[in-house]
Design a protein around this ligand. Structure first.
Ligand SMILES: Nc1nc2c(c(=O)[nH]1)N[C@H]1C(S)=C(S)[C@@H](COP(=O)(O)OP(=O)(O)OC[C@H]3O[C@@H](n4cnc5c(=O)[nH]c(N)nc54)[C@H](O)[C@@H]3O)O[C@H]1N2
Ligand SMILES: Nc1nc2c(c(=O)[nH]1)N[C@H]1C(S)=C(S)[C@@H](COP(=O)(O)OP(=O)(O)OC[C@H]3O[C@@H](n4cnc5c(=O)[nH]c(N)nc54)[C@H](O)[C@@H]3O)O[C@H]1N2
Ligand code: SF4
Ligand SMILES: [Mo]
Length: 748
């Protein structure tokens, strides 16, 4: 380090692994970026994307000022001009069409960004539109629904206790590349290697021999979309062979007999022709699960983005419960986060549970889940005539034009909107349709705290990062931008007093806590608590309050050794809160106060599961799945030069036998056609994919005329979501089917 250099610490916001980074800076430049070896949780792990945060910071295409579309051209404007334009255009729509005329789409980075995470909810509370859409319905909502029905909140999700397990059965996940999801597990490769070194085993179930499958002790091919069948066969075997051991959970679990009865029609012999896994293999998996000292089943995106996403997600935990591995060390365990976890609020052990279908989408009648509607419905809600149609859209850190099904239809629909505002870092495939784009700041200019991912962490921990760089003067933080929008939709105009609005945000939280019986600050004086928080504003004040009134907090003096944001700031590498501990029954928030293992809506869906015909009966039709690459992040890190070197990655993987049958040649183009659309994509022949299945990664298609992504446009790739079908959903959760899409393929 030279004298002009400084070392800063920052938790990476790019993926769920939440690695601690050490950033060496000089002036406004990143000189070096590496893993923070002293980070209490990630201990120095880093991947190529983390290293690229410096190039994101300096990317000349990253927007620095708001843009307004004037006469078909985007022009840079001041922040006050941008907000005035939003007020001018949005207010009449609100006046004529009402709140539901304005839809909101929240993208994946919202949960990685402290400002967006907390204040997008404030905007939604003030706007009160029925038209809320998020990336959750192209991702994890089935797991949230299944977990919510069983355990009582949508965020009470069991994660593998990888550091103590002996057996990990993993379906539809590739953490060597994704670095984990609904499971915050920095350095998955190292943790898996340690598991194997201590004599444990990992089995991967995937239609592709993924990187994780290569590293596992066993890889089993499965036909896309049939994990629920396989898991039902495993659960059936546990019952049939007397392998069920509930152990400590016995008095806390209801519905075992109902589950056993409901799974009667899924013996291994019945499910094997559907999922393509031999029945003897299914029995072996059940026995291994039941006999390993500590075992765990984990399923991720492959098991969620399919027609039986909720049933499959439920069966993952049914297998964990039946084999005696839920809420046990080395099994599937529940983290206890330091701030804002729903399963730390309210009376321990009982609650209201979750409900769905409190309203339905206007055109298709799809039920609401977790307060939102399926994003697959968004296009039709814009297109269909009627006074209650969507007329305006606010997108927040989302790129639905690339990430949601039948993207062609959605892109056309976006052009029919009367007004669109996007909060984003780039002028890209989605924001090119906007009338006003409001840029966020570089992640290195914002402070960071993981509200969501500590709730899924493989070890309890808490970390806070202050900004690495000072922000450009006048560039608002995104929470301020969201409060400005809230002021506008609240009728207070573009110059609303956002400090006052923010005061209401914190005051309402403090009021709720002092009024709640189970809160550590129950009965305290709200004014006194607020005055203790007065030295902070915005999301940092919310986090300080959440930490202090949370399960490890100082309760504003009542527990003097407890946590506060100041205490955390004094520990820049974070605070380790220990290995995961059993939490049942304390964490349950179900009406019965038990694990409700047989939720009625899920059991009702088993009839549909039983109707699926063996793959052989579908003829030789091909199905499409996706895949991720280590140097991509969904649709949006493709403008970073260091991540774009090497071989083209947006190719179609096809098995040699299919390639030969169809006359496909490596490197040549193939035309892939589905009900929704068609793309021409280069062929890559590989026996890593099973016959009958082809794979194209999502997040590509950067060839849109108006977008401003100089680097990405050089290697645009094709948009896989031109092929996915907006009418194929998991009916319980509204999640899109993005894997197992029927396609035909032709050599060009
Ligand atoms: N076919 C297929 N489709 C898929 C998937 C699949 O496996 N297959 N996966 C799905 C999954 S899991 C997900 S999560 C979705 C993702 O879907 P989306 O969330 O809609 O898309 P992203 O590609 O994550 O785009 C994020 C956007 O946020 C912007 N952004 C990044 N950081 C910030 C920030 O700090 N502030 C602001 N304002 N903007 C920011 C980026 O520029 C980008 O435009 O895609 C889904 N789509
Ligand atoms: N490098 C990188 N990391 C990322 C992302 C990224 O884009 N790039 N995106 C982030 C996001 S938003 C998410 S949600 C996570 C996702 O994290 P993961 O769930 O680990 O996602 P993938 O790496 O796509 O792995 C999914 C696997 O499921 C397989 N699969 C497809 N269909 C089926 C099926 O029907 N059954 C089974 N059993 N398997 C199937 C695919 O072949 C693939 O190997 O990754 C996050 N991390
Ligand atoms: S694994 Fe995820 S959190 Fe860690 S450095 Fe890479 S992108 Fe960042
Ligand atoms: Mo995701």
């Amino acid at each position: 380090m030279t004298p002009s250099q400084e070392k800063k610490l920052r938790v990476c916001p790019l993926c769920e692994a939440t690695c601690g980074l050490e950033v060496t800076i000089a002036g406004n430049e990143v000189v070096q970026l590496r893993g923070d070896r002293h980070d209490v949780f990630s201990q120095g792990f880093i991947c190529p994307k983390g290293t690229a945060l410096g190039q994101l910071h300096t990317d000349p295409d990253r927007l620095r000022t708001p843009l307004i579309r004037r006469h078909g051209q985007f022009v840079p404007v001041s922040w006050s001009e941008a907000f005035a334009e939003i007020e001018r255009r949005l207010s009449p729509i609100l006046a004529e069409g009402g709140r539901d005329a304005i839809a909101v789409y929240l993208g994946n980075p919202v949960v990685h960004n402290l400002s967006l995470m907390i204040y997008s909810q404030v905007l939604l509370r003030i706007l009160r539109t029925q038209n809320v859409y998020t990336a959750s319905t192209v991702d994890q909502i089935p797991k949230q629904l299944a977990s919510g029905l069983m355990f009582g909140t949508f965020t009470t999700i069991a994660v593998p206790d990888i550091d103590r397990t002996d057996y990990l059965l993993m379906l539809g996940a590739n953490p060597h590349v994704s670095n984990g999801s609904l499971w915050t597990v920095p350095d998955f490769p190292g943790r898996l290697a340690a598991l194997q070194k201590r004599g444990g085993r990992c089995v991967v179930v995937d239609p592709r021999r993924s990187r994780s499958a290569e590293k596992a002790d066993r890889h089993i091919f499965i036909l896309p979309g049939t994990d629920a069948h396989l898991l039902a066969g495993i659960a059936h075997t546990l019952f049939a062979e007397g392998l069920v051991t509930l152990g400590r959970l016995e008095p806390h679990t209801s519905g075992i007999a109902e589950v056993e009865a409901a799974l009667q029609s899924f013996p291994p012999e019945a499910v094997s022709p559907v999922c393509g896994v031999p029945s003897e293999t299914i029995r072996e998996l059940a026995r291994e699960l039941a006999t390993a000292e500590h075992a765990v089943v984990y399923g991720r995106i492959g098991t969620c983005t399919q027609a039986f996403g909720t049933v499959a997600s439920w069966l993952v935990d049914v297998c964990n419960v039946l084999s005696g591995n839920l809420d046990e060390p080395g099994g599937a365990m529940f983290p206890k986060a330091a701030a804002l976890a729903a399963n730390t609020f309210g009376a321990p052990g009982v609650g209201q549970g979750v409900r769905t279908g409190r309203r339905h989408s206007r055109v298709r009648g799809a039920p609401e889940v977790q307060g939102e509607l399926p994003v697959a419905c968004l296009a039709e809600e814009i297109e269909s005539a009627g006074d209650d149609r969507i007329r305006a859209l606010i997108t927040v850190a989302g790129n639905p034009a690339l990430s949601t099904p039948n993207a062609t239809r959605l892109q056309k629909a976006l052009d029919q909107l009367e007004f669109m505002v996007s909060l984003d870092l780039y002028l890209n495939e989605t924001t090119q349709h906007a009338d006003v784009i409001l840029p966020g700041r570089s992640p290195l200019e914002d402070s960071h705290f993981d509200v969501v991912f500590n709730q899924f962490a493989c070890r309890n921990n808490v970390r806070f990062s202050p900004p690495v760089f000072e922000a450009v003067p006048d560039h608002p933080e995104e929470w301020e931008t969201l409060l400005r929008l809230a002021g506008i939709v609240n009728g207070q105009g573009p110059d609303a007093d956002i400090e006052a609005l923010d005061g209401l945000v914190i005051a309402s939280q403090v009021q709720a806590a002092v009024g709640a019986d189970a809160s550590p600050i129950h009965g305290r004086d709200a004014g006194e608590i607020l005055s203790e928080l007065a030295n902070r504003r915005g999301p940092e004040r919310v986090i300080d309050f959440a930490l202090r009134s949370g399960p490890y907090g100082d309760a504003f003096g009542a527990r003097p050794d407890g946590l506060s944001l100041a205490r955390l700031e004094a520990q820049p590498h974070g605070i380790d809160l220990g290995a995961l501990e059993p939490r049942v029954p304390e964490l349950l928030r179900t009406p019965s106060g038990k694990i409700e293992l047989a939720p009625e809506p899920i059991l009702a869906d088993l009839d549909r599961l039983a109707e699926v015909q063996p793959a052989a009966s579908r003829g030789g039709a091909l199905v499409l799945i996706g895949r991720r690459s280590l140097r991509s992040n969904n649709s949006w890190m493709h403008n970073i030069p260091v991540l774009m070197t090497g071989k083209p990655r947006c190719t179609m993987h096809v098995h040699p036998s299919d390639a030969q049958r169809l006359g496909l040649e490596a490197g040549a183009l193939a035309r892939v056609t589905s009900r929704a659309g068609s793309v021409d994509v280069p062929v890559e022949v590989t026996d890593a994919i099973m016959p009958g299945v082809v794979s194209i990664p999502h997040g590509w298609g950067h060839d849109q005329p108006e977008s401003r992504l100089g680097v990405a446009a050089e290697r645009p790739g094709v948009n896989a979501n031109v092929l996915t079908d907006e009418f194929e959903l998991d009916p319980l959760s509204g999640n899109s089917v993005l894997n197992g899409v029927p396609v035909s393929v032709q050599a060009l």
